[in-house]
Design a protein. Sequence first.
Length: 432
Amino acid sequence: MTKHLLIGQTLGFSGNPLLGDWADTIVFDSAGGVLIGGDRIIAMGNGAALRAAHPDATVTDYGDALISAGFVDAHMHYPQTGMIASWGKQLIDWLNTYTFPEEARFGDRGYADDAAGRTLDLALAHGTTTLTSFCTIHPESVDAFFEAASSRRMAVIAGKTCMDRNAPDTLRDSAQSAYDDSKALLERWHGKGRASYAITPRFSPTSTPDQLAALGALWSEYPQCLMQTHLSEQLPEIAWVKELFPQARDYLDTYEAFGLLSERGLYGHAIHLESREIARLAEVGAAVVHCPTSNTFIGSGLFDLMGLAKTSLSIGLATDTGGGSSFSMLRTMAAAYEIGQLRGTALHPAQLMWLATEGSAGALKMSGEIGRLGVGAAADITVLDLHSTPAIMQRAQRAVDIWDAVFPTIMMGDDRAVRDVWVAGKKQRALS
Ligand code: GUN
Ligand code: ZN
């Protein structure tokens, strides 16, 4: 078995720093080491001690760089990579003007292959080792994404986006074809290598009750899969959902009534929740996904991270590209910090790093496997240079402790801060 020893400042977690005192959950070693054997982390501890104990390992000494679990993006749309940063619209107009015309191109397998490869390479260059992606209605777009991820050894979660109304003709399936295509793709991909399939109704406005029911039935046949969708992102969207589903108690009920609410549900955005929705999501142990750059870019609102963290909901962090305006989970953490400030809570850098790794992995029900720098976890690792630009360096040089050194990289860092990325125990070639 090939062994690699990475030496540097190592950061992991023993618990959730959003609950109780964050300091109790930190596993930090300023002279740490991570021993990789095959595709796993097989030992952690003092770097020099590991070096002495494993003379057969190849050693990379990262000095004072920060060795972290690879970032886990819990909600994004790889087909939107090409139209990220499109100007001037809010959600529904943004979908109709920019998103749907772009997604209509993904019936072309070559186009989908190119976008999938480009997106995964951009993610890796930004230190993200797992993506959770919506695809398009085209089954080809799902094959393209899983194949591109498999050739990069990445653990990914994805599914065919289902829509049978309120979308252009070229982007509509039906209740039956959404069920049939999703089922065939799920059987082809779920559990194959590092791939996981997520049943994916886009959001209630673009699915008829028949389609939601068909996908709810599919989920009951395959409850081990995740189900991903959008929930309560923008006020006009919520008003539209009320018109389309007059009998529903609230937005969540449009999923719940059709079997689309359970512990393995991933609900993106979840900004404008009613108290019944919060209680119900917490009761079933579902996950909500915070997409802060998207929420400011599309003008959606301010997610109540601390309020929701107090319930038993799990919370992931995500770029939501291309509604989100960055591929970087560092920039995403910075935006979560800014939204926290606007809501009156300054999130600690430890909490932000946890959200981008363990928090997202927990939302995906993959705790212990990804998003963790610890023995037994997959060796998906991101090494951050804490002095990557002159602006960051001059600030980090004054740092009084590790958090004061990490925070400038969270707030001002980008792909230049990503020194190396290891996926399933192999170092990625230089990507940026
Ligand atoms: N709601 C339904 N579809 C989308 C999408 O593609 N992006 C975002 N941000 N919200 C959505
Ligand atoms: Zn989304």
